[in-house]
Design a protein around this ligand. Structure first.
Ligand code: SF4
Ligand code: F3S
Ligand code: FES
Length: 245
């Protein structure tokens, strides 16, 4: 079957536009296959970032028909037939060229988060005892592949450009993994309130809707962290107690 693709072309210093490409598709093709086919046969200078083609490296994020998705995990058969498929770069981050954006801001945010700091071992053999349910709780957060689709879709970053004040859902997941880790003793709650700006999240849940790892970002990471911030800073009994300290 023949299919049409509208792919964003342009660099950071040039006016961009969608360009049309038609290819013959085959059964089981994913959007990244189509992009590779176009790159090999019609547009050798088309810039696209990818690595694993297995939904695990988080490199091939793009906006497919307006929705942030992994190109390697989106089958053409899932998309409306007979209509051109639009493929655009992530809108929230600065464009480098064509489908490639500069996501380095994310790595700078991560560097500022205090790392894992374990408590002292509690067994004579120098190891720890941990309840299985405590381990299970953080396991979900460790599935993150840093695709930044959640960062791209969150309106606080995408539309309001609050890059200085809000770290975004990906880092709420990272912070939750550290804060809820049963061995960790670092206190990041003041940072989560101020530098990471958790108060700017108004729980729209768009991040959860696009996560390819199906991490329940809002319910399992953001809301529990918000509760910890509220307990620390807005609990009236605690506030009263602090007055007399
Ligand atoms: Fe991607 Fe999900 Fe990780 Fe966000 S939380 S970066 S959407 S895997
Ligand atoms: Fe943004 Fe997710 Fe909150 S989309 S507003 S971080 S629930
Ligand atoms: Fe690795 Fe798509 S190429 S997630």
């Amino acid at each position: 079957m023949n299919a049409e693709f509208q792919i964003w072309r342009g660099g950071k210093d040039s006016a961009g536009r969608f360009e049309s490409y038609s290819i013959e598709t085959t059964e089981g093709m994913v959007v990244l296959d189509a992009v590779h086919h176009i790159q090999s046969n019609q547009a050798p200078d088309l810039a696209v970032r990818w690595n694993c083609k297995a939904g695990k490296c988080g490199s091939c994020s793009a906006e497919i028909n307006g929705t942030p998705k992994l190109m390697c995990m989106t089958r053409l058969s899932e998309l409306p037939v007979g209509q051109p498929v639009t493929i655009a770069p992530l809108k929230a981050f600065p464009l480098i060229r064509d489908l490639v954006t500069d996501v380095s801001w994310n790595f700078r945010v991560k560097k500022k988060i205090p790392p894992f700091r374990p408590r002292k071992p509690d067994a004579p053999d120098g190891t720890w005892r941990i309840a299985q349910e405590d381990i299970d709780r953080v396991q979900e957060f460790r599935k993150c592949i840093e695709c930044f689709l959640c960062q791209d879709v969150c309106h606080v970053l995408r539309d309001h450009q609050q890059f200085e004040s809000f770290s975004g859902p990906r880092y709420m997941v990272y912070l939750a993994a550290l804060e809820m880790h049963p061995l960790d003793v670092e206190d990041r709650i003041p940072l989560i309130k101020k530098e990471n700006g958790i108060g700017l999240c108004n729980i729209t849940k768009c991040c959860t809707a696009v996560c390819p790892e199906e991490i329940r970002i809002t319910d399992n990471a953001i809301i529990p962290l918000k509760e910890r911030v509220v307990d620390r800073f807005y609990d009236p009994i605690r506030k009263l107690f602090n007055l007399f300290k």
